[in-house]
Design a protein. Sequence first.
Length: 289
Amino acid sequence: MLRGLYTAASGMLTQQRRHDTVTNNIANLNTPGYKQSVAVSRSFPEMLLSIVGASDQPNAAIGPIHTGVLAEESLLLHLQGDLLKTNRMSDFAIVSEIAVPGAVFDESGKYVTPEGETIFQPQAFFTVQNRDGEIRYTRGGQFVLTETGDLITPDGAAVLGEGGQPIRFEPGTSLEGLSLTADRQFVDAETGEPTGQRLLLTRIDDPNRLVREGDGKFRLNEEDAGLARELEADDAVVVHQGYIERSNVDSAQSMVDMMAAVRAYEANQKVVQFYDRSLEKAANEVGRV
């Protein structure tokens, strides 16, 4: 009898996780470079649920009875966001369409080989260094040039250039007087004279391994460090100055998903309430006989 209660309860937890994920996406709708998350659900481990409250019973086939779901993880969708023209020369946007030989990626940036292996489309990121000296990756290209000539993010992380060194111009330099060339070199906008600074982009071969942090930044765990490398000459990556990449969140679809999560949560809640009333009746009325 309690199996339905456990199934409904697990459904409520799953829909709560789904709702939280969608609302976080909506909250970051206007965050430059934000990549939406998707809550991935799977069937609750059948054998684990089948032995709850029945550890003394022998294992038996469960059959077709559905045993609920759980929100296993949240996946990042690294789809290209639309570009928004700002005309601010301190804004930069990446358009990344890196190809992998023999792979045709779907709309989610995923390709499944005939052998069943899943390959995610590589993506390019700006490379920054936080105040603790740790490397982070971001698609948010709203940068600031300090009075001392340091190129930083709004939260103070240093934007890295060639050789992994922080980009630094002569004090008093303004980004309004600089242009970014096709090979990401900063040059004087009028004379074309090189400044000696080149914007560093990092290619992440499996962006699904990135761990989200605050302020639109990502990191790689130590065991995944090998997934980060410099761009290759034939990688289809372009940086546009005077633009920002908008969030790739679909606002209309997110609202639909949020309402669906709320309705599914309420449906599971009604099942729990039904079992609560049934158990109350069994304890207070049937027990009197």
